[in-house]
Design a protein around this ligand. Structure first.
Ligand code: PMP
Length: 367
C-alpha cells in the first residue's frame, strides 16, 4: 500500500459516528432526531436559498477566486479590512491550512485535551508535533475546558501555533475576555494563536467576548468563524479567517484557487444580510439549550455548561448501551469515546419537537 508521511500513518479517517444515509433510509428523515452533528435545526435565511437559485445561471463559470463580494460584506460586519479576510471550504479547511502553512516537521503545535478534533488532525497532516495540554478537571467550573495557564506554560521555542476553541467542541465550555487577554499577554509574538470561534454567535454569557475585537492589539491572533452553525448553512461548507493582512497574504499562497463555490458565496452574502434570521435562530437556540439542560438535569444527568448549540452530558457506565438503544428509537447522538470521554454523549440542541422526541426516547431507555 502507498506509504503516508509519519504524521498521517497514525491517523484514522473521520468517523461521523453513524451511517446517517442508512438511518435516514430506515426511519425516514422526518422520524429521526438527528442530534449528532451540531447543526442548526431551523435552516438558513430564506434569502440564502433565493440567492442560490439566482446563482444557478453561472454554474458553468468558475466562481470569483477572491470571493470579493462576500469578503466586503464580512469586513463591514466585523469592522475589519477586506485584506484581513480569507474564505475557506468550511472553517475546517482554514484550520488545516493554518497548520500546513505555519508548522512542519520539528515544529510544535499546542492545544488542549478535549480541544476540537481538527486541531490534532491538522497538526499531524502538517507533519508537526502535537503538544496536548491537560484540560481543566471534570469537577472544575468549566469541566474539561481549556486550562489557559497550562497552555501558556506549554509554549516553547519550537511552538508555532496554538489552537484554542472558544466556545469549545465537544465540551461546550468557554473562557471569558479577561482570561483570554491575560493569556494573549503571555504568548510570544512569533507564535500564532488560532481562536476557533465556530459557535461565537450563539454565546451569550456575560463574560464571553469574541477575539475579533483584540485583533489590532495582538497581531499574532487569527480568528476562524463559520456559516455552518448559527447561519444554518453547514451543507454549503463556508468558513472564514480574520487576521492581520500579513498573515492572510501568507495563507493566500496555499489557498486552492476556487475553494468556495459560486452558489455558496452568493448564499453566504445573502445570509449575512439577514440579521433578523440570525438573531432569531440564536435566541431560539439559547432558549432550547437551557430548557434541554434543565430537562436532562431533572433526570439526574450531569450536563456540562455550554455556550454552543449542543450540550455534553455524563451518562455513566452504561453510556454506549444507552446510545445504541436511542439509535433504535431514531435518536442520534454523538458518542464521545474518540475524544476520551466514553461515559459522555454530546447532544445537539434541536427544535422543540426534536427535544421532545429525545426526552421521550430517553425516558423509555432509562426506565
Ligand atoms: N470548529 C469547531 C469548534 C467545530 O465544532 C466545527 C464543526 N464541527 C468546526 C470548527 C468546523 O466547521 P465547518 O468546517 O463546518 O466550518
Amino acid at each position: 500500500a502507498a506509504r503516508a508521511q509519519p504524521g498521517v500513518q497514525r491517523l484514522k479517517a473521520y468517523d461521523p459516528g453513524h451511517d446517517l444515509v442508512a438511518l435516514r433510509r430506515r426511519f425516514g428523515e422526518a422520524n429521526l432526531a438527528e442530534l449528532g452533528s451540531n447543526e442548526n435545526p431551523y435552516g438558513p435565511s430564506p434569502a440564502a436559498r433565493q440567492a442560490i437559485l439566482e446563482s444557478l445561471h453561472a454554474l458553468h463559470r468558475y466562481p470569483d477566486p477572491l470571493g470579493a463580494d462576500l469578503k466586503r460584506a464580512l469586513a463591514a460586519r466585523h469592522g475589519v479590512n477586506v485584506a484581513q479576510l480569507q474564505l475557506g471550504n468550511g472553517s475546517h479547511e482554514l484550520l488545516m491550512q493554518l497548520a500546513q502553512v505555519f508548522a512542519g516537521p520539528g515544529d510544535e503545535v499546542v492545544f488542549s485535551r478535549y480541544g476540537f478534533a481538527v486541531f490534532a488532525l491538522a497538526t499531524q497532516c502538517a507533519g508537526a508535533t502535537m503538544r496536548v495540554v491537560e484540560a481543566l478537571p471534570r469537577d472544575a467550573a468549566m469541566p474539561c475546558g481549556h486550562d489557559l495557564d497550562a497552555i501558556a506554560a506549554a509554549i516553547g521555542p519550537q511552538t508555532r501555533l496554538v489552537y484554542l476553541a472558544n466556545p469549545n467542541n465537544p465540551t461546550g465550555t468557554w473562557f471569558g475576555r479577561e482570561a483570554m487577554v491575560a493569556f494573549l499577554e503571555r504568548v510570544p509574538p512569533q507564535v500564532i494563536v488560532v481562536m476557533d470561534e465556530a459557535y461565537a454567535e450563539m454565546a451569550d454569557a456575560p463574560d464571553y467576548a469574541s477575539a475579533v475585537s483584540l485583533l489590532d492589539r495582538y497581531r499574532n491572533l487569527a480568528v476562524t468563524r463559520t456559516f455552518s452553525k448559527a447561519y444554518g448553512l453547514a451543507g454549503l461548507r463556508v468558513g472564514y479567517l480574520i487576521a492581520q493582512p500579513g498573515l492572510i497574504a501568507v495563507m493566500d499562497r496555499a489557498r486552492e484557487s476556487f475553494n468556495v463555490n459560486g452558489p455558496a458565496l452568493a448564499a453566504c452574502e445573502a445570509a449575512l444580510g439577514d440579521v433578523a434570521h440570525l438573531d432569531w435562530a440564536c435566541a431560539r437556540n439559547a432558549e432550547q439549550r437551557s430548557a434541554l439542560a434543565d430537562a436532562l438535569t431533572r433526570r439526574g444527568l450531569r450536563v456540562f455548561p455550554s455556550q454552543t448549540n449542543f450540550v455534553l452530558v455524563e451518562f455513566g457506565a452504561r453510556t454506549s448501551q444507552i446510545e445504541a438503544a436511542l439509535v433504535e428509537l431514531g435518536v442520534i447522538l454523538r458518542p464521545m469515546g474518540g475524544y476520551g470521554l466514553p461515559d459522555c454523549l454530546r447532544i445537539s440542541v434541536g427544535s422543540p419537537d426534536e427535544s421532545r422526541r429525545l426526552l421521550s426516547a430517553l425516558d423509555q431507555v432509562l426506565a
